[in-house]
Design a protein around this ligand. Structure first.
Ligand SMILES: N[C@@H](CCC(=O)N[C@@H](CS)C(=O)NCC(=O)O)C(=O)O
Length: 283
């Protein structure tokens, strides 16, 4: 798997680089962004935080808007931001071109239904193929944490709940907490996974949290003024399931914050410090 460099920017002494590569899992060309802190230039291997973005995003939203790179440079964290769906010629999209399904909305699951199954395998891409690529091509350790926003917040949660051995910590901003019970999730899962609702449960964080084989440290921030909160995000479902299962979840309601990157940028440093603590402890 070869990487083609698309752009490079020096930032906080390190480098933000965008690459393109052929994904075998997704059967298409994918782009991702990586932030390499200044320590990597001095030959130091660093742990990686994977960031999964939300609906409509690409690899660029987080890197441009979250204001995360200063803290990443200080803490010595590599950040990898993948795209949110497969893309390109032959990759199907929502028939009506809606923004909440198809392109930009892969939901970090492995689709089983046609016409989605060939390309829409974002779970395997972000959990297996991309980390293998990063660990082969960059000066990084195999210590990983994962975080994300909204659809990507849910993606981060299910990655850490399904494969806890892969991650030292997980965090999320405004995650979709119970996709089997909200319009965004129902639309995505019925198309990608089919009409049998019991199959959906393997991809729902509020269900998976009750069955987790290990407890990865988990931090969730949710803005109280988020207009998607009641209908789509439902953090209470995750919190209730976590307390029933005895899973140590830290869920913080943040008064007055909305769903945007203004919220993410307000707390991203705290999330990166949370991940750094877990990653550096595990070295
Ligand atoms: N396009 C939608 C909003 C979708 C949305 O809020 N997307 C979030 C993730 S769920 C996001 O990060 N958008 C990109 C951005 O703010 O840069 C709308 O018009 O209501």
């Amino acid at each position: 798997m070869s990487l083609q460099k698309l752009s490079l920017n020096k930032v906080f002494g390190g480098e933000h680089v965008r690459y393109e590569h052929q994904s075998e899992v997704l059967s298409c060309t994918m782009q991702f962004a990586i932030y390499l802190p200044p320590q990597t230039k001095k030959g130091q291997s660093l742990p990686v935080v994977y960031w999964l973005s939300g609906l409509t995003c690409t690899d660029e939203n987080f890197m441009q808007k979250a204001g995360a790179l200063k803290a990443a440079a200080e803490l010595g964290l590599v950040i990898v931001a993948p795209d949110t769906s497969p893309r390109g010629k032959g990759v199907p999209d929502d028939p009506e071109g809606a923004w909440d399904f198809g392109l930009g909305a892969g939901f970090y699951v492995n689709a089983t239904q046609e016409p989605w199954a060939k390309h829409y395998r974002m779970y395997d891409y972000v959990v297996s193929e991309l980390p293998a690529l990063i660990e082969k091509n960059f000066l990084v350790t195999d210590k990983r944490s994962i975080s994300g926003h909204s659809m990507g917040g849910h993606g981060a949660l299910i990655a850490a709940l399904r494969e806890p051995e892969r991650y030292q910590s997980v965090s999320a901003f405004s995650p979709i907490c119970q996709p089997t019970q909200c319009p965004w999730g129902e639309k995505a899962f019925s198309n990608y996974l089919g009409s049998q609702r019991e199959i959906w449960l393997d991809w729902d964080a509020s269900v998976l949290i009750a069955k987790a084989s290990a407890h990865v440290p988990m931090l969730v921030d949710q803005g109280s003024a988020d207009h998607f909160l009641a209908e789509q995000l439902k953090p209470t479902a995750l919190q209730d399931a976590a307390s029933r299962a005895g899973y140590p979840l830290t869920l913080r309601m943040q008064p007055g914050y909305d769903h945007s990157y203004y919220f993410i940028t307000s707390f991203i440093d705290e999330h990166l410090r949370f991940h750094a603590q877990a990653l550096l402890k595990s070295r």
